[in-house]
Design a protein around this ligand. Structure first.
Ligand SMILES: [Zn+2]
Length: 228
């Protein structure tokens, strides 16, 4: 398996195309996919164990433009621009579903020099500051003058938190309540909107991917993979 992966990687590198090593991932299509600043950085980690040295990339402290993160996040400079686009999508979907923008993004980390747990021969995009784990969002109370969408349950005019762990899977009535279903609809519409904008993130992982029951992982690896 690993031997084949090496041949595969070297083959692509000889052609000047980033290697595709992650199971289920699709190669980029140079006719459609805009190049990204870290595409040429090797993701292959020769040793699956032991200390790891992550390539140096230009990092920035990103505070958020359309939405805030409750502090700054440390990311690759080019990834910050992708986050700015993500924030706009999250804001717009929140306004559509809840009638107002989130006051805060709840994240579980960005920069972290490590391997992909299930693929220890590959550097995690977190190692390059090129990925983010999103747990959910904080919504402020609906303000006077902000119009609530017709389908919004009255309780959701107050402030609340929507998160992947509790709300991705909403039980159907009669067990499930309208609030939980609204939250599930928001999370589904958000990921759907991001899939429809492939120029923002190339990898989108969620609860359907092992180890992601409580967060979305978004990154700009040199391949495409969507498992939500
Ligand atoms: Zn992650």
């Amino acid at each position: 398996m690993v031997g084949w992966a090496v041949v595969w990687a070297l083959g692509w590198m000889a052609l000047g195309v980033p290697p595709v090593l992650h199971e289920g991932a699709q190669p980029l299509d140079p006719s459609k996919d805009a190049p990204f600043g870290l595409d040429a950085v090797p993701r292959w980690v020769p040793e699956a164990k032991g200390p790891l040295r992550c390539p140096k990339v230009e990092l920035v402290s990103w505070h958020g433009r359309a939405l805030k993160y409750g502090g700054s996040v440390r990311v690759y400079k080019g990834f910050a621009e992708q986050l700015a686009l993500f924030e706009e999508v999250a804001r717009d979907v929140a306004i559509e579903v809840y009638g107002r923008a989130p006051s805060r993004i709840l994240h579980m980390g960005t920069l972290n020099c490590r391997r992909i747990r299930t693929w220890p021969h590959l550097l995690s995009e977190h190692g390059l500051g090129n990925g983010i784990d999103i747990a959910g969002f904080v919504l402020p109370p609906l303000k006077r003058g902000q119009e609530a969408p017709a389908a919004l349950p009255a309780q959701l005019k107050k402030g609340f938190e929507v998160n992947v762990k509790q709300h991705w899977q909403a039980a159907q009535p009669p067990q499930g309540d309208a609030r939980a279903q609204t939250h599930a609809r928001f999370l589904r519409r958000l990921t759907q909107a991001l899939v429809e904008r492939p120029g923002i993130f190339r990898v989108l992982l969620g609860p359907a991917y092992p180890g992601h029951h409580d967060h979305f992982h978004f990154d700009c690896a040199p391949w495409r993979l969507v498992t939500l």
